[in-house]
Design a protein around this ligand. Sequence first.
Ligand SMILES: O=c1ccn([C@@H]2O[C@H](COP(=O)(O)O)[C@@H](O)[C@H]2O)c(=O)[nH]1
Length: 283
Amino acid sequence: MSPDPFGVRLRAAMDTHGPLCVGIDPHAALLRAWGLPVDLSGLERFAMTCVEAFAGRVAVVKPQSAFFEVFGSRGVAVLERVLGDLRDAGTLTILDAKRGDIGSTMEAYAQAFLSDEGPGRADALTVSPFLGYGSLRPALDVAAATGRGVFVLALTSNPEGPQVQHAEANGRSVAAAVVDGAAADNAQAAARGELGHVGLVVGATVGDAVARLGLGLAASAAPLLAPGLGAQGAGPGDLRAVFGDAVGNVLPNVSRSVLSAGPSVQALAAAAARDAESVRAAL
Ligand SMILES: O=c1ccn([C@@H]2O[C@H](COP(=O)(O)O)[C@@H](O)[C@H]2O)c(=O)[nH]1
């Protein structure tokens, strides 16, 4: 039996747990703050504590690949265990690895992270469109076929993003062209009134850029992963102004601000529950 499409599974998880994605970002500073060594054993303890705290309690968990890769192949093995344990618990995952390459190489990334056999498979993968939206086609197609999703960088939360993402070609900003691509791929889901399998990353820190660039976020039916809350300065109160009529499709992400509540499992779970409630109230 084929799985429900990613957008349907994501909407159900957001309705059940509140629209919040919690990151697993094992920064060296957080390992130290938790009293853990900055080595493979510390990484493993940190990551498994997060799994215990968040599995079954939040809509989505987003491991940040970089903090596992920094420990080499054994760090990547910990990441694969995190993804497997969350999958077994029925908690959706977004692997934040921001892959992007020419189409023939993208095919291998799609098999690694979005196929049913992929060792690093997650429910969704972050991807970079700056080799051209069309270069992502293998990932978009494998995701659609396996009931998984992708989140394409559109307006990132960092201050350097506008230099590239606001730039115009043929009277359209780069970000608007990315949104147009997602809207075309999500057209069938949009017609059914569902979220599509092609999400977008739009930072909660981008101010009035969504309105100023005329991005048709609501019409794109794209789930909108919104990093930038907490450590990067945005708050739940910013979401309505940033996202306007697309606010119902927003999945805010918090990483450091929740993780700093550790190492107690109960304190981590309580911090995530508090943030889920604040964003639910704000949206
Ligand atoms: O535009 C983007 C895209 C991705 N991220 C990632 O989200 C988290 C944010 O962590 P905080 O600790 O809540 O700041 C992190 O993994 C980033 O790599 C982003 O911040 N902005």
